[in-house]
Design a protein around this ligand. Structure first.
Ligand code: 5GP
Length: 119
């Protein structure tokens, strides 16, 4: 699937629309979700144009690995010291709305939401 340069997160990366920034590096940006589903809810996105996890290749491995390795530090800094939930919705089957790869990080001071189903 071709990357759409007009998706919302591409506009945030260009600075065309504002965000509440949590973190920025050469390779990644993190910002609060506009419609939080938990007391702590931010998104970590690569600056590289990757539409979804389904489009990621081994060339993206270093950046994606660095992003995952950052989640714990950022979650603690944002007020989620005891763990968190990461979600990467992918494609229409995964109900991905914004077609720029993003890692949701959800947490808070206390456990939140209902238990995920186990199988
Ligand atoms: P998805 O369903 O693609 O995994 O999640 C997209 C997320 O982006 C949703 O949680 C939604 O609330 C968030 N979102 C959509 N538009 C904006 C926006 O303009 N700014 C921010 N910060 N988040 C947004």
């Amino acid at each position: 699937m071709a990357y759409d340069r007009n998706n919302i997160f591409a506009k945030i990366l260009r600075g065309d629309i504002p965000c509440k920034k949590v973190f920025e590096s050469e390779h990644a940006l993190a910002f609060h979700d506009i419609n939080p589903q938990a007391p702590v809810h931010f998104m970590l996105i690569p600056k590289r144009h990757i539409a979804s996890l389904a489009e990621a290749t081994l060339e993206d491995a270093a950046v994606l690995g660095r992003m995952l390795a950052l989640t714990g530090r950022l979650a603690r800094e944002q007020g989620s010291p005891g763990g968190f939930r990461t979600i990467v919705n992918t494609g229409h089957i995964g109900r991905q709305d914004v077609m720029h790869l993003h890692i949701h990080v959800l947490g808070g001071p206390d456990p939140f939401g209902r238990m995920l189903p186990r199988n």
